[in-house]
Design a protein around this ligand. Sequence first.
Ligand code: VGL
Ligand code: ZN
Length: 211
Amino acid sequence: MVKQYGPEDCLLVIDVQNDFMPGGALAVAHGDEVVPVINRLAAAFAHVVLTQDWHPAGHVSFAANHAGTQPFQTVALPYGQQVLWPTHCVQGSHGAALHAGLDVPHAQMVIRKGHHRQVDSYSAFMEADRITRTGLGGYLRERGVRRVFCVGLATDYCVAWSALDARAAGFEAIVIEDACRAIDLGGSLARAWLDLEAAGAQRLQSAGLLY
Ligand code: VGL
Ligand code: ZN
């Protein structure tokens, strides 16, 4: 018997988009392997929320918009340090579309983030200026959600930041490790797990959730 998750639980499916897949503009190694795992999990959740990284072409997180820089270097911006990325998930592009194999017809909400030109947003809850909220926290609270199960791409950026902000917003947060893949830039993955543990987020495997 597969367990079922009810109205207090939400599966938060983060950035399962073409540009983060092998061959994409900001490819995450083995990123496509999360899709069948997430499809299995999603079938057990009544409540699923999707996110899409959704940048304007002139976005501040793109190295192409900073003369003399290269992708994956860090620069200082008014709100803090920012990694510069290859141009990715441009609004309306094929790269920004959800992976065609993602099978979550019952998802009820899609949060698009990173749409302000001057501010990045790894987190589904709050932008990188740490002031601007996406509205997801209020939505989940109004819907009676208490536990947020985080899956998708990438473990050490958008998944970790979302789980940390879920905790900060007063939700229980669970990261399902085998339903995520990481970028792992300069030790970012190990740091993310330490931060998650310190914040009281749980680290589980999908098999433990389903049976
Ligand atoms: C992401 C880097 C830049 C992610 C998004 O989804 O983890 N990482 N934009
Ligand atoms: Zn992005």
